[in-house]
Design a binder for this molecule. Structure first.
Ligand SMILES: Nc1ncnc2c1ncn2[C@@H]1O[C@H](COP(=O)(O)OP(=O)(O)OP(=O)(O)O)[C@@H](O)[C@H]1O
Ligand SMILES: [Mg+2]
Length: 316
């Protein structure tokens, strides 16, 4: 199936001379949920702005369902819904009219039944005749989503959809995004909440300093980069590791009471090729008695921080 969104070597240098994007290549599959992660200023909103025609790229090409965003701008843009990062809805307009108006902007015929469906799915139907200024922050955010869905887009951008949103609403939002996918909508979201990506995304992209440094299936990413850490408390403190345990990648704590060991979450890695079982056997053979043990697993958050930190130090 052809990609719904293709970016080739997309770059952006702002008028200030600042290079916000640097040769970004990306293909988004139809029907997936893609999470774009990156620290503040990494270029996420710039990338979205380019695809939506709000920011002029300095180089490269972008197409949406085969439509080039410059040559076939209207066709491309009509397939896209955008929920911007900034709340921009302070007005005296009524909720229902604002959503209907957004649909009209794309030249779609009025469809009150669709508007009702969208408002109901966002729990805004009760507020349909309220003025926007009377809505709470969370409701305004949902209204922005309703507006973005008014013209039945195939590709929805959510730029930090849950920033400043309470826990319950965040969960509602996740459920909504999943239900959108079931209707065939492709979703690209940016977020600082790794938990959000972990929870929702099929694939994850990491952007740092304008470069897309990684694109991976979420499950694969966690399998490849996720590590487990094993900590063993010893019955008797050791002055140093027994010689036969050297080269296994073990770390003895300064007080000699604890041994630490990191290994891949698929059971391999570290120094002991056979994994934890072999390691424990080797310890027993060496006469090291174990009092207690714990394992911890690195989360997507730790993976992400590690990646961004790596590129930062590589570029420094
Ligand atoms: N209009 C502009 N003129 C000059 N520089 C800009 C402009 N817009 C953005 N930038 C710069 O480009 C870089 C990327 O900004 P962008 O908004 O794309 O980041 P982001 O990844 O969305 O960050 P955040 O997580 O804070 O939303 C930043 O350094 C920003 O200061
Ligand atoms: Mg942003």
């Amino acid at each position: 199936m052809p990609a719904i969104l293709t970016l080739k070597q997309v770059s952006k240098t702002y008028a200030t001379g600042f290079k916000a994007l640097d040769g970004v290549d990306l293909e988004i599959r139809r029907g997936e949920i893609f999470a774009l992660l990156g620290p503040n200023g990494a270029g996420k909103t710039t990338l979205i702005g380019i695809v939506c025609g709000l920011v002029n790229p300095s180089g490269g090409s972008v197409s949406v369902a085969g439509y080039d965003i410059r040559r076939d701008y209207r066709a491309a843009r009509s397939l896209i819904g955008l929920v911007p990062q900034e709340l921009t809805t302070d007005s005296f307009e009524l909720v229902r009219n604002a959503v209907a108006y957004s649909r009209g902007l794309f030249g779609k015929p009025a469809d009150p039944a669709h508007i009702e469906k969208v408002l109901r799915s966002l729990s805004l139907w009760d507020k349909r005749d309220s003025k926007i200024i009377t809505l709470s922050g969370g409701m305004k955010r949902r209204l922005l989503i309703a507006k973005a869905l008014a013209h039945e887009p195939q590709l929805l951008f959510l730029d930090e959809p849950t920033a400043g949103v309470d826990v319950e609403l965040r969960r509602d939002m996740w459920a909504l995004v999943r239900s959108l996918r079931e209707t065939g909508v492709t979703v690209i979201l940016t977020t600082h909440y790794i938990e959000e990506a972990e929870e929702m995304a099929d694939r994850v992209g990491v952007i740092s300093k304008g470069r897309l440094i990684l694109v991976e299936d979420k499950a694969e990413l966690m399998r490849k980069l996720g590590t487990k850490h094993l900590r063993l408390q010893l019955k008797q403190p050791l002055a140093r590791l027994p010689q036969e345990l050297e080269g296994l990648g073990l770390a003895l704590s300064a007080d000699g009471r604890e041994i630490g060991y990191s290994y891949g979450s698929n059971g391999s890695g570290g120094g002991a090729a056979g994994g934890v079982g072999d390691l424990l056997a080797a310890l027993t053979r060496a006469g090291v008695a174990i009092e207690d043990l714990q394992t911890t697993e690195s989360s997507l958050e730790e993976i992400f921080v590690g990646l961004v930190h790596e590129t930062r130090s590589a570029q420094a």
